[in-house]
Write a protein that binds this ligand. Structure first.
Ligand SMILES: CC(C)(COP(=O)(O)OP(=O)(O)OC[C@H]1O[C@@H](n2cnc3c(N)ncnc32)[C@H](O)[C@@H]1OP(=O)(O)O)[C@@H](O)C(=O)NCCC(=O)NCCS
Length: 161
């Protein structure tokens, strides 16, 4: 698993992932968007406080990871696509690569993340990364079910003792 900046040509791939309504429901993407709208969304300039890297196995883009926020404390986000790649350990690997990127290259002091309680794989990824659960976030819905966010955090010292 390695990370690199997203390239313009990655946008079509992300748009393909979004053609799957189940993927969209899990990822919180708009399933009603057209393929062209999704390409444009993937190609848009990201805000200054949102850093995104494509995650690759060999030459294949298998997901992406986000670090969002300003300063030395940022929020981790992770996506694996397409859906046929789920359940093979890639989610854990993408999120772990995000921690290495954040604490290593970026020199962050703390990385936090939140996962919807009903999104079992997402919660499991944060737990297995050794992130500390710090509390309950706001209400959320996941696949039509009422749920809530669980908030986790990890400091650079905890990541690399
Ligand atoms: C959440 C997501 C990243 C998981 O990716 P993945 O490649 O399937 O994750 P992994 O294969 O590494 O599995 C992670 C853990 O969940 C478990 N798991 C996977 N699918 C599961 C399921 N359907 N039910 C219960 N547990 C499941 C795995 O066994 C693993 O646990 P383990 O480490 O104890 O074995 C992926 O579903 C995704 O991209 N979803 C949309 C975006 C999203 O929800 N991102 C998270 C919020 S930022």
């Amino acid at each position: 698993m390695h990370l690199r900046p997203l390239l313009t040509g990655d946008a079509e791939l992300l748009a393909d992932w979004g053609a799957d309504p189940v993927f969209c429901a899990h990822a919180g993407w708009n399933a009603d968007a057209s393929w062209r709208e999704r390409v444009a969304w993937a190609r848009r300039d990201l805000p200054d406080d949102l850093l995104r890297r494509a995650a690759l196995v060999g030459a294949d883009v298998v997901g992406y990871v986000d670090l969002h926020g300003a300063g030395e404390r940022r929020e981790l986000g992770y996506v694996v696509g397409g859906r046929d790649r789920w359940g093979q350990g890639l989610g854990h690997a993408v999120a772990f690569a995000g921690l290495e990127w954040g604490f290593g290259s970026l020199g962050l002091a703390e990385i936090w993340a939140e996962a919807i309680d009903a999104n079992v794989p997402s919660v499991r990824i944060l737990e297995r990364l050794g992130m500390r659960e710090t509390g309950r976030g706001g209400d959320a819905t996941f696949l039509g079910r009422n749920s809530f966010y669980r908030v986790f955090t990890l400091t650079a010292t905890e990541f690399a003792p």
